[in-house]
Write a protein that binds this ligand. Structure first.
Ligand code: VG1
Ligand code: CO
Length: 542
């Protein structure tokens, strides 16, 4: 077996975004593209004698990319790589394996909630030895390295068999092919009251889990149907497919419409859930009631102590800045710390490592805890099930009691997709330019109290992240936030986050869009969205 040193040229634009490097699959399949980035990753983190975890969500090119990464790891002198069978691992399961085996990190092949296939998206993310996504300083170093590479090293060898479990070798490197599910399922069993959940299912509780033809299918079948006794067929779209069966594996009311229809239809089950391409996101729905991710985080924080893994209570709760303040109210009531971080799970890592936060969440259907260093879709589903089993109430009853106690943070996100990048940039620049003049002015009858561009200083390592999103706060706790997506692969995606607080049990009715109408109008007026982009209505509303 020879190690080939192949001449390459720096490739522009290999800049990891919110969650790793994401590009069109055909771009990744282009000459030297994958190899160039992987070499940059290995150059930055070092490879000699190290052990890594490797797996992905099974999307198109997952299997080929895994073989390339393994040959390159072997060529750089890695000691061992732990790979999920079939090169499959959900993102939270990969994070767990990195920690469980005290490895030097891992590579996750996924573009998460973005569709898969030859004409859709692919991605690669490096996670650190703590199991969490590489922080900005590390991804910036990788990006810099992609621009100075002149060669990469790869072993000339046949594919290693990833289809069967067991120890293999590739050159001098060990490849341990492991069951993707078993260690993760054991972790879940250590956190939650499986007996109580099993009894609930045995008592006739019905659930629908939509895995959207993505990675959580095998995990959900094993945990929900096999271990917890949910009826066979509880998990639908449970086989991971390279193109996700044509589905857009983004668990929100738009893309998981079949689940929403079922949960709002006649004979709806008690509980519904969906997860995304790589299994780190979740959507939760009760019979006839949708749970917004921000509310879900707040309810989980208020009730986590009902699960054995959190019986001692929480150290603190962290949320991304655009996520609603509902969780802050719970933290205040519990007398625990709350944190506000920039968008992206990598910002939670230090808080979790330092024991400052136990639960974390994002408005983008992400919730998780210190059990791994990624958000975790099935974990959130199981925590909800544990809470339902203990409280013996419906999702609606739990939500309504929560709002009566804490008040309700009406919340919605409007996404405007595939905007020409120059137009989106011009709009954000103009908005940033007028921030200083906004406080004290009235828009749509509401007084602007403050306006800024969110900057974050990490409370653990002091690192500073600037320009993390424009926020405009109105008197009374209403606000909107605007930022451009860091995970899209086509033009720019504008995310407009809207929030309005209503104290007391009465609230402002069932429909968040109606409750948020004045803030929506104010955001369009202040940011001149239509003037810059030609768009007056969002493509996706969550
Ligand atoms: C989006 C979400 C963000 C999430 C990120 C990764 O980022 O808004 O909250 O952490 O996706 O999610 P952006 O930059 O497009 O807004 V996924 O499930 O990687 O893993
Ligand atoms: Co994801």
């Amino acid at each position: 077996m020879t190690i080939l040193t192949i001449a390459t040229q720096p490739i522009a634009g290999q800049k990891p975004g919110t969650s790793g490097l994401r590009k069109k699959t055909r771009v990744f399949m282009g000459r030297h593209y994958l190899e160039n980035f992987v070499q940059a990753v290995f150059d930055v983190v070092g490879c000699q004698g190290k052990t890594f975890v490797l797996g992905g969500d099974g999307r198109y090119f997952n299997d080929r990319a895994a073989q390339v990464i393994l040959r390159m790891a072997a060529a750089q002198g890695a000691a061992r790589v732990i790979v999920g069978q079939g090169a499959l691992l959900s993102t939270p399961a990969a994070s767990h394996l990195i920690r469980l085996n005290a490895t030097d990190g891992g590579l996750i092949m996924s573009a998460s909630h973005n569709p898969g296939g030859p004409d859709e998206d692919f991605g690669i993310k490096f996670n650190m030895p703590n199991g969490g996504p590489a922080p900005e300083a590390v991804t910036e170093a990788m990006f810099a390295r992609t621009a100075s590479l002149s060669e990469y090293r790869i072993l000339e060898v046949q594919d290693v068999d990833l289809g069967s479990i067991g120890r293999k070798t590739l050159g001098g490197m060990i490849v341990d092919v492991v069951d993707p599910v078993s260690d993760y399922a054991a972790l879940m069993e250590s956190l939650f009251d499986f007996a109580a959940i099993r009894a609930m299912f045995a008592g006739g509780f019905r659930m629908r889990m939509d895995s959207m033809c993505a990675i959580t299918g095998p995990y959900a079948r094993e945990i929900l149907e096999n271990r917890l006794g949910a009826a066979p067929g509880t998990v639908v779209n449970g086989t991971p497919l390279p193109d996700f069966g044509g589905m857009h594996p983004d668990p929100n009311p738009t893309w998981a419409k079949a689940l929403m229809d079922e949960m709002f239809g006649a004979d709806a089950p008690d509980f519904g859930a969906a997860s995304d391409g790589d299994g780190d996101r979740n959507m939760v729905v009760g019979r006839g009631i949708y749970v917004s991710p921000s509310d879900s985080l707040a309810v989980l924080a208020a009730n986590a102590h009902l699960a054995p893994g959190y019986a001692k209570g929480l150290a603190g709760v962290a949320r991304s800045m655009p996520t609603s303040a509902a969780a802050d109210r719970v933290a205040a009531a519990l007398g625990i710390a709350s944190f506000e971080t920039p968008t992206g799970w990598k910002f939670f890592g230090n808080l979790l490592d330092a024991g400052k936060a136990t639960l974390c969440g994002e408005e983008s259907f992400g919730t998780g805890s210190d059990h791994v260093r990624e958000k975790d879709g099935l974990w959130a589903v199981l925590l909800w099930l544990n809470i339902l089993a203990v409280r013996k109430q419906s999702v609606r009853e739990i939500l309504e009691a929560h709002w009566a106690q804490f008040g309700r943070n009406y919340y919605s996100r409007h996404d405007f997709e595939a905007i020409p990048t120059d137009k989106a940039d011009a709009m954000m620049a103009a908005l940033r330019g007028k921030l200083a003049s906004l406080p004290g002015t009235a828009v749509e009858g509401m007084l602007v109290e403050a306006a800024d561009d969110f900057a974050y200083t990490d409370p653990v390592d002091g690192s500073v992240s600037l320009k993390q999103g424009v926020r405009v706060l109105f008197q009374g706790g209403s606000r909107f936030v605007m930022r451009l997506s860091g995970t899209g692969t086509e033009g720019a995606t504008l995310r407009l986050y809207l929030e309005r607080y209503a104290p007391g049990p009465k609230g402002l009715g069932e429909d968040p869009q109606a409750a948020l109408a004045p803030i929506i109008r104010a955001a369009h007026e202040i940011a001149v969205i239509e003037g810059f982009t030609g768009r007056n209505a969002p493509d996706v509303v969550t």
